[in-house]
Ligand binder design. Sequence first.
Ligand SMILES: C[S@@+](CC[C@H](N)C(=O)[O-])C[C@H]1O[C@@H](n2cnc3c(N)ncnc32)[C@H](O)[C@@H]1O
Length: 275
Amino acid sequence: MNNELKHILYLVNETRGIDFTGYRASMVERRVGQRLPFARCGTYADYYSYLQKHPVELDKLIDVLTINVSRFFRNSMTLEYMADRILPAIHHRKKATRNYSLRVWSAGCSMGEEAYSTAILIHEFFREEGLAPDVNLFATDIDGKILEKARKAVYPFERIRDVKYGFLEKYFSKTENAFQLLPEIRDMVSFSVYDILDKNSSVPPESIFGDFDMVLCRNLLIYFNTAYQEKIFEKLYGALARHGYLVLGEAEIPSSKYERYFRRVNDCCHIYQKV
Ligand SMILES: C[S@@+](CC[C@H](N)C(=O)[O-])C[C@H]1O[C@@H](n2cnc3c(N)ncnc32)[C@H](O)[C@@H]1O
């Protein structure tokens, strides 16, 4: 990454406490480049000076760097596999110790689509078992503004287009030009701001202790360079319970240092079990 870009990222870190220095250089270049015309700057050096004089632009830059793209039931095959195989497997194992509660963490949850999709599947699973849902579902993101939206759970059609019609009817109410998730599912998820790179904690403080049966960390690792990915895997590995499951995005695999600590559960999905 060139020095001008590094200085921009140092400025973001110093002023807003968010560390993007571990993002892949090509990604940073592309994203910072998007802001240059808006600030009428020709070079990264000009943009650095602009940022120093216009702190409001720092927030706009953070918005483009924290790519919030998501949707309900993204990579539907992975979620179907989770519903059909992973949830029953976890439940079966825990039943042996008369512990019916599930602990799940959605890391880098954006507007909550992934956490809520998981909540719907867990809700369905417990209903089919004839049990009340017993789940601690934590969803975290570095972006506090996006979490405000996640709590409201109002979505444009674009973000719910992969929801099955049956679930749409059952779990959403239609507003003028959007869909709102019903409280039944909303109340299953606790949102909190958490930087996955936070050095002072091994799990989100809200969760008190990790010991997660399942961690979803999808489409976040792709933005980081290899060194930062290792740090993130260290945290994810530590947060999982024994034999817990790690669900990654379609373009993500455990880093070379961690691949021997995980077993891929099938060839179709990026779901890994802690060994
Ligand atoms: C592309 S979205 C992925 C959303 C969802 N997991 C999915 O796959 O659809 C990536 C999210 O990671 C968040 N993020 C970026 N850096 C982060 C960090 N250091 N700690 C926690 N979240 C971060 C962004 O704010 C964004 O909401």
